[in-house]
Design a protein around this ligand. Structure first.
Ligand SMILES: Nc1ncnc2c1ncn2[C@@H]1O[C@H](COP(=O)(O)OP(=O)(O)OP(=O)(O)O)[C@@H](O)[C@H]1O
Ligand SMILES: [Mg+2]
Length: 322
């Protein structure tokens, strides 16, 4: 299809625990088009990061992926080895994480770390790479970049470190940026600045973004499409407007109720009642069943299939069939 950059079909992720194979992510589908911003939202442990790590082929030891399709433009990623992936990571798809300290080397100067990424993917001189690192840091909103490149990660504040990560992620002008809760650890003002920066860069570079967050408010500000995950399943996805104006899955509805009211005087947070699902469960029925206040008889009998609305919204829920 036109403009499709990344295509994932039936991605399944498993871990072997003692003698049992546990399913972490089930039948995950994703299509990313050029310049699109997709939000992935869902409770802790629902498989958001694992899905992205599977795409990047950086799953932790013992965690396995299989998929019917995993392709980036015309490159097949299912059978891509580490060598091929090294060419892709950073250059085609870059990823930033919640905790930049985990991705930065504490004993290397910031400038050197950015230069290394640049040099890995291009044939320019060290001097040119240094100049590029400075200009990237400036673009990411770091003042006195010429001086700052000589500093170490611990000399930067949390927000500044995240800017460094953004500069690094953008150094090779990737087609897609995966941002895994990049602002969660930051205070609200810094969070807003980082979001603004990401949007500016996205527009300038015609980049696509997959943005992972727990925050429906952030999704509503920046995304065009939304995917909602629960217990390793995508339970609903669609255009942002559809999801916000006409959410169909009871979990999405509950999530939206949990968004603090836009009126700041009424900061209302509704917690979703019930136990969070355990990885050890092999779901034969809807994973949200025990927390669902809208369940009907059939929910106790069979797992719902996806129901499609138009060609953009899909929901995994029995009550939506009616
Ligand atoms: N290194 C690991 N080895 C085995 N299982 C893991 C590992 N890391 C995470 N898991 C399990 O995989 C599941 C999915 O985890 P994942 O990190 O993708 O969740 P998430 O949706 O990103 O959550 P969060 O919002 O907290 O970041 C979780 O149930 C978690 O317990
Ligand atoms: Mg995560």
């Amino acid at each position: 299809m036109e403009n499709e950059i990344l295509k994932v079909e039936k991605l399944n992720i498993t871990i072997q625990k003692q003698k049992k194979v546990l399913k972490i992510v089930k039948d995950f589908d994703l299509t990313v088009k050029k310049e699109e911003i997709i939000g992935i939202v869902g409770e802790s442990g629902s498989g958001k990061s694992m899905s992205m790590k599977a795409i990047m082929n950086i799953l932790p030891e013992g965690v396995r992926r299989v998929a019917n399709k995993l392709s980036l433009e015309d490159i097949d990623l299912i059978n891509a080895g580490e060598k091929k992936y090294q060419k892709i990571r950073g250059k085609e798809i870059a990823m930033i994480f919640q905790d930049p300290m985990k991705s930065l080397d504490p004993i290397k100067r910031i400038g050197l770390q950015i230069e290394e990424v640049i040099l890995r993917h291009s044939n320019i001189t060290k001097k040119e790479a240094r100049e590029k690192a400075v200009s990237l840091l400036k673009k990411a909103g770091i003042t006195e970049a010429e001086k700052r490149i000589k500093q170490y990660p611990h000399e930067f504040s949390g927000g500044m470190r995240q800017r460094v990560m953004i500069a690094m992620a953008l150094s090779c002008n990737p087609e897609i940026l995966i941002a895994d809760e990049p602002t969660t650890a930051l205070d609200v003002t810094i969070q807003a600045q980082i979001l603004k920066l990401l949007l500016e860069i996205q527009r300038e570079n015609n980049m696509s973004i997959i943005f992972i967050t727990h925050d429906m408010g952030v999704i509503s500000k920046i995304c065009q499409k939304v995917m909602v995950m629960y217990a390793g399943f995508v339970v609903e996805e669609g255009d942002k407007k559809e999801i916000f104006n006409n959410p169909k899955h009871p979990y999405t509805i509950a999530l939206l109720k949990a968004v603090p009211s836009l009126d700041l005087n009424k900061k209302r947070l509704v917690a979703i009642e019930g136990k969070t699902p355990s990885l050890n469960e092999d779901f034969k029925l809807c994973p949200f069943l025990n927390r669902c206040d809208k369940k009907i008889e059939i929910c106790n009998e069979v797992m719902p299939e996806y129901k499609y609305y138009g060609n953009k919204q899909k929901v995994k829920c029995h009550i939506c069939y009616e």
